[in-house]
Design a protein around this ligand. Structure first.
Ligand code: E4P
Ligand code: PEP
Length: 365
């Protein structure tokens, strides 16, 4: 008997044994599950009208044109570090929509609707996971609130920007987005690159928390390719997903453990690395996170540097990210939260935000 035949004989023995076996679940599994509605059901409950669908299409085209260097305006992805109160987010969005009209000749403002937070270890994971802020993990409600809020942003004519953290959650709301980020903690993940490869919208890959830019360049190349991967269909069933590849990706510089990476020397090095990797040198500078040493008040200084570099002719700097809220600072999650203040990273308050963007317009003239 050759090796192949003996493998087949062994296979038959295993099959016979399996036929007699009963289905057993290991008693020590450390999890339990609860059903959720499918993406299709949520989309039916909270539909995107054809009018708003057309709006999303236009917003995506505008973002794409900026990211690809065909529109000289600055893309500004701005808003709270995380959304924990729908009421506060709506108030912020109203102010941003009004400001957006004033600055639209020079900037395209997209609002950060960050409903998922990647945590370094543990902590509150966002509106999608725990909308009641009490550990009850009412994700069905989180999904509904998040989609409702995003639809409201579209009514206000604000492009919606978010971080896509849980690939299984993306199709509950990715039809509403004009821009998405893959965060510093997930740019190296093949699963996220596969997901991006199937998205019809511009996506920014962040450099790693340690400052490594190479992983984001690899991510851009991977996401530009077609993939076959495990996933869910809109009915929530396990599916083989085949993607076409996403050509509209770019790099987001957010600094790293060694410090900021938005200065002219870092930008020149990064652009050279991008060209060597064969990807378009298209950059967003995240003025927060390690680029501001997590001091939100330093964001205007980072923005100033980006604008000065653009004025000096640096054409790869096409977008910025800013963490901003109704009020300055950050507070710990508790039962007595102050209105308008972030419960994750510190943000710049509205008055400073508005002033910063109006000053920026002057420099973009
Ligand atoms: O942007 C938000 C935070 O920097 C990120 O979610 C990590 O937060 P953590 O280090 O507080 O967990
Ligand atoms: C978590 C974020 O950023 P990063 O992935 O850069 O830490 C964020 O932008 O909210």
């Amino acid at each position: 008997m050759n090796a192949l035949n003996s493998a087949i004989a062994l296979d038959h023995t295993i099959c016979a044994a399996l036929e007699q076996a009963t289905v057993t679940t290991l008693p020590q599994a450390r999890r339990k599950t609860k059903g959720l509605l499918s993406p299709q059901e949520l989309r039916q409950q909270l539909p995107l009208s054809s009018f708003l669908a057309q709006r999303v299409q236009q917003q995506r085209e505008q973002v794409r044109a900026i990211i690809n260097g065909d529109d000289p305006r600055l893309l500004v992805v701005i808003g709270p570090c995380s959304i924990h109160s729908v009421e506060e987010a709506i108030e912020y969005a109203g102010r941003l929509a009004a400001l957006s009209e004033k600055v639209s000749e020079h900037m395209l403002l997209a609002m950060r609707i960050y409903i998922e937070k990647p945590r370094t270890t543990v902590g509150w994971k966002g509106l999608l996971y725990d909308p009641h802020l009490d550990g009850s993990a009412d994700m069905a409600h989180g999904l509904q609130l998040s989609r409702q809020l995003m639809l409201h942003m579209l009514e206000l004519n604000l492009p919606v920007a978010t971080e896509l953290l849980q690939p299984l959650a993306a199709s509950y709301f990715d039809d509403l987005l004009s821009w998405a980020a893959i965060g510093a903690r997930t740019s190296e993940s093949q699963i996220h690159r596969e997901m991006v490869s199937g998205l019809q919208l511009p996506v920014g890959f962040k450099n790693g928390t340690d400052g490594s830019v190479g992983i984001a360049l690899d991510a851009m190349r991977s996401a530009a390719h077609a993939h076959q991967h495990f996933g869910l269909d809109l009915q929530g069933r396990a599916a083989l997903v085949e993607t076409q590849g996403n050509p509209d990706t770019h790099l987001v510089l957010r600094g790293g453990h060694a410090g900021p990476n938005y200065d002219a020397q870092s930008i020149a090095q990064v652009c050279a690395a991008m060209r060597a990797a064969g990807v378009e040198a298209s950059l967003m500078v995240d003025c927060s996170h390690a680029n501001s040493g997590k001091n939100p008040q330093l964001q205007p200084k980072v923005l100033q540097s980006v604008l000065a570099q653009r004025a000096a002719g640096e054409r790869s700097l096409r977008a910025v990210m800013l963490e901003s809220n109704l009020l300055d600072g950050q507070q710990a999650l508790c039962n007595d939260l102050q209105y308008g203040i972030s419960i994750t990273d510190g943000c710049l308050g509205w008055d400073n935000t508005e002033q910063m963007l109006l000053n920026a317009v002057e420099l973009l003239q």
